[in-house]
Design a protein around this ligand. Structure first.
Ligand SMILES: [Ca+2]
Ligand SMILES: [Ca+2]
Ligand SMILES: [Ca+2]
Ligand SMILES: [Ca+2]
Length: 316
């Protein structure tokens, strides 16, 4: 006779359900699941909004889109506010109606001096921010929040079934000294983009100085492209020393995109994140990952980079 007889079937089921609950709940992620490779810089990167030199890392490009990604969805109605989470379960806030409304493709590279990003954005209603640029006194622009957990040590939080309730995510973890974000406005009425520190909406002096040319955009019809160059020294204050990536190093990272389209009811437009949701600027525990590679292969159209398996194996 087996240990579990027919008479104890309810108990057996109860045990199985309990095990399933335990397995399910513990199958969470420290971060929300997005993983992007930052390749070593190949050739020169000219920060001018022209992305020609980024073709070498096209195979590593990531998307921010209303279409489902593999790692999480926001529960229906799970955002804050009354007019929220319309247009799909990756919309954190407001309304985004498919790729014609907003679709962002982004890539990253690095070298000893800088961390670089390139963005391509399709947007049916493009709004640049007006001066002054030393502080953000308006939300009427296309905004990018670049969020970092520089020590990749945010507490492990479980997100069962890969479902976010954004109203709850805000409280999952709080900022530690190594965590920060910057807010980027690529499109301005001046030549260069603008950037502010977290909290207080104070300008980030290096990024916001147009003479440095760290943020440059190009606009064309219903799309725009831009490049961002983050000098490693702006991370010193948070990381405690200079970040010098080695192969396989990881930092927590996420992007929230605020797509302002005044054609919608307030909140005008919508917000969507690459890996988690718009509460990633409150909760470093839900960021995704940037994985640094020193050898990421390029021009592998349709293939994963040669080092990907190696990096993931070492990381998991
Ligand atoms: Ca360029
Ligand atoms: Ca739009
Ligand atoms: Ca941290
Ligand atoms: Ca817009």
């Amino acid at each position: 006779m087996s240990l579990i007889s027919l008479r104890s079937k309810p108990l057996f089921l109860l045990i199985m359900v309990a095990m399933w609950i335990v397995l399910d709940v513990t199958d969470g992620q420290a971060h929300s699941g997005g993983e992007a490779i930052s390749a070593p810089r190949r050739g020169n990167i000219k920060i001018d909004g022209d992305l020609t030199e980024w073709n070498v890392v096209r195979s590593l490009a990531q998307e921010i889109t209303t279409r489902p990604q593999g790692w999480y969805q926001i529960i229906a109605g799970g955002g804050k506010g009354s007019n929220t989470n319309k247009g799909g379960l990756r919309v954190s806030r407001g309304q985004i109606d498919g790729d014609k409304d907003l679709k962002v493709t982004w890539m990253t590279m690095w070298d000893d001096d800088n961390l670089y990003f390139a963005f391509e954005t399709i947007d049916d209603d493009i709004n640049e921010i007006k001066p002054p640029y030393d502080g953000r006194n308006s939300r009427n622009f296309e905004g990018y929040w670049l969020c970092f957990d520089t020590k990749h040590d945010a507490p492990v939080k479980n997100l069962p079934n890969k479902k976010f309730n954004t109203a709850q995510v805000a409280g999952l973890s709080s900022y530690e000294a190594d965590d920060t974000f910057w807010e980027i406005a690529p499109l301005t009425a001046r030549v260069a983009g603008a950037a502010w520190k977290k909290d207080g909406q104070v300008a980030e002096p290096k990024l916001n100085n147009p003479a440095n040319g760290h943020i440059m955009a190009k606009r064309s019809g219903n799309s725009y492209t831009f490049e961002v160059r983050l000098p490693w020294d702006i991370f010193d204050h948070f990381y405690g020393k200079r970040i010098k990536p080695t192969d396989g190093d990881i930092i927590g990272f996420d992007i929230t995109v605020m797509d302002v389209d005044p054609v919608y009811e307030p909140p005008k437009g919508g917000a969507m994140a690459w890996s988690s949701d718009f509460e990633n600027d409150n909760s470093p525990s839900v960021l995704g990952d940037i994985i640094f590679s020193t050898t990421a292969s390029v021009n592998l159209t349709g293939k994963l980079p040669a080092t990907w398996g190696h990096i993931k194996y070492g990381y998991k």
